[in-house]
Design a protein around this ligand. Sequence first.
Ligand code: HQG
Length: 181
Amino acid sequence: EQSKRIVSTSKFLSLVLRHEPGRAGLTLGEGGWVAVADLLAGCERAGKRIGPALLREVVASNDKQRFAFSDDGLRIRANQGHSVDVDLGLVPQVPPDRLYHGTASRFLKSILAQGLLRGSRHHVHLTEKQDVAVSVGTRHGVPVVLVVDALRMQRDGHAFYRSDNGVWLTDRVGVEYLAQL
Ligand code: HQG
């Protein structure tokens, strides 16, 4: 059915545009962009047939706006979440006073010892919204929300970036900037 098709297409696009472009015979260009025509052809060769209409619907309906078309509509990229080496060209920004990170209770001990580490992604992901943090944490287990003293961190010299879909990104978060909500 259509909504399942959209979700499975979105997951496949996340895989290709963030983690394994080689699956569709692609390499990501500067900023993470690829030509839409190359993407559709590559997906088809990989056994995943996506037509232009389905692609537009996946991009438009995505709950987190994970993907974006270029202004001319000829290219597409994932807005954030990459593990492949790609320079998104993000410009440092002043964050709000506090940001939130959703995690699972089983990671807490390690996080409170080491701080928040980016793992396989480019950055640690933070959000302005507590409810978003809860749902991100729930993906990993029993959710715990951590509060990040973001503005103080930035004033101490740590860069923050904001992806086009509103996710706040930073390299790591030291324990001294973390508190449990
Ligand atoms: C945890 C979704 C132990 C961290 C969301 C997290 C987000 C540690 C997990 C995006 C740790 C990594 C990213 C430490 C961090 N010890 N565990 N020192 N430091 N962790 O999936 O933030 O749906 O790589 O708390 O909206 O959960 O993909 O990161 O639990 O923006 O578009 O290690 O994914 O967006 O997990 O999620 P992830 P995340 P999308």
